[in-house]
Design a protein around this ligand. Sequence first.
Ligand code: RIB
Length: 330
Amino acid sequence: MYRPSIKEVAKKAGVSISTVSRVLNNSAPVSESLRKKVETAVKELGYLPSNIAKSLRKGKTKTIGFILPDITNPFFANIVRGAEDYLRRKGYALILCNSDQDKEQEIQLLETLISKHIDGLLFTGTGSFNSLLVEKIKKGLKVVFLDRIIEGINSSYVVIDNMKGMNLLLDFLVKSGHRNFVFINGNKETFSAKIRYEAFIEKMKKENLKYKHYFTNFSYEAGYKFARKMKIMPDVIVCGNDLIAYGVIDAIEEMGYKVPDDVSVTGFDDIPFSKHFKPPLTTVRQPMYKMGEKAAELLLKIIEENKFLNKGMVLEPELIIRNSTKEMVK
Ligand code: RIB
């Protein structure tokens, strides 16, 4: 796309480049006649000052990067909505990047965002340690981890109390008579799957219950594929997130089982579709919009105060009981 240069503006106005720059940046007094000449030339040429150049001079681009692992998961879409609404109100733009839960892609996206001179980064990582991120944080990149903390990297974060969310769900399932559990969990390298695993094992051992646990990944396909291989149904299949639960329910109903009559199924997140699923899903609600909003607020605080903050925010989960679970006959 042709973009007239500041040199062409100066030539057309019959002034020096520094005069054009003074008029455009209001950086020093200019006579009214010279100002008029420059403004007329800018208008006639359709000249647009380079925002990047202007921003870099100010040391700020008012742009925030956001790297997340799965743009197709409504959980992340709702988080992004909360972050973007807040940033827009504060005059910041958001550059959204999808790592597809792939470490190499995550590194490339981080390099791209750095090259765009972002003012800060919202980061929901694939889970494994990212040495490039550590290097950038050491060089002053402002980061807030959202939903997933990366062990070994010091940074502010906004997560929910995953342990509490799992215990609310498991207490409900034990109280409603479930004794034989299978947990089809998400990606084992992720913070959220790890904490949910720990809560599950602790509860199973404490209540002396029959259980099996499997790490898969946070997707419909993972739930569907795994459930199709199941030969015997437990009392309940606990799923690492709602998408896994959707895949599990579809698979076991194709196999002739009824949910919850033959087996209860639960999810985690409470993405918008879960109350409309067949049957409506019992799950743990994460305050997705608020997570995004609070993370964006924390990041702008760090940027505007220009200081490293190691502040953690842990938001509350909520148990949502629907029709995919039943009262077991004692
Ligand atoms: O649905 C995606 C899952 O991974 C969510 O439970 C969230 O916690 C993320 O970590």
